[in-house]
Write a protein that binds this ligand. Sequence first.
Ligand SMILES: C[S@@+](CC[C@H](N)C(=O)[O-])C[C@H]1O[C@@H](n2cnc3c(N)ncnc32)[C@H](O)[C@@H]1O
Length: 320
Amino acid sequence: MAASYRKIDYRVRPAKSVERKMLAEILRKLGEFGRLEDYRYIGFGSLYFSDFKLFHRLLGFDSMISIENTNEPSTRQRFDFNIPYRHVKMQYGLSTHVLARLDWHQRTVLWLDYDGNLDQTVLTDIETVCIKAKPGSAIFVSVNANPPVEHDEEGKQLPVMDALKSRVGDELIPLDTKPNDLSGWNTARVYRTIIQTKIEETLRKFNGVRPAGSRLVYRQLANFHYEDGARMLTVGGVLFEADQEHHFSRCDFQKLPFVAQGADSYLIDPPFLTFKEVRAIDASIPLAEADYGNLSIPRADVEKYMKVYRYFPNFIESEV
Ligand SMILES: C[S@@+](CC[C@H](N)C(=O)[O-])C[C@H]1O[C@@H](n2cnc3c(N)ncnc32)[C@H](O)[C@@H]1O
């Protein structure tokens, strides 16, 4: 598959833009575990480094690592050229190799924002992070949540359940999964369950020999569904030691309306509005019931906008 940065300008995807800002708000609350400025950020910045720029500006991360899967010298040069701040260091190679060779003494926020569906690479990366990350670290994973498609050696498309098994193996797929569970948004639900099970299994093995207070716990914070073209799932949360439960409570994550701590997802669904419409709604916030009738915008779109207006992107053509 051609690398996505050749096909997609990640700066102009509205739902992803909202997602970045919502993630930033979640991350801001991590400060109860340690100074945010002292966290390291690991992500896949692509050519545009949109997540790196936003998180550096809003959260003050100074230590940042962007992973990119290329070993081609001229492509590397292009990524190096686009690094937005000296704080950002590139690590080239597949995430699985890079994550295994990094040092993990620093508390870390990871956003592994993959191009493809859930597969063994993603699951191996999750395992590495769960084993190596310092308590108080946070991991978020984004995957394409369209139903998996695989072909046999003769080029014939495999049944969807076989396609899923060939990508993630047998063990993590919930026993009662049926082909119908891999249609529409159901695929994202199955993927979330598989990721959750992978994290729980890894922690169970890892915790076996540890004293009760220092056993690692995972609490989910994000379960976003969104669609800028393909259906996407972002799931993740914080890893901490059982003795740090009071830090977790003080973070008050559940105060954010988009924080999702279980199987129920939060749909990021920004409406399509003109700038004039955006300005008209903004000027009426907080909206009273009568305002809905006065705006010449479908009520459903106004309601969608109200859920995301603090994170709504303003895309204009510009050269900066
Ligand atoms: C979806 S984009 C990242 C977008 C970015 N997070 C943002 O907020 O705009 C994914 C980038 O990571 C690279 N990539 C995807 N999977 C990877 C992997 N497993 N290891 C290393 N790089 C990967 C892709 O080539 C692409 O440049």
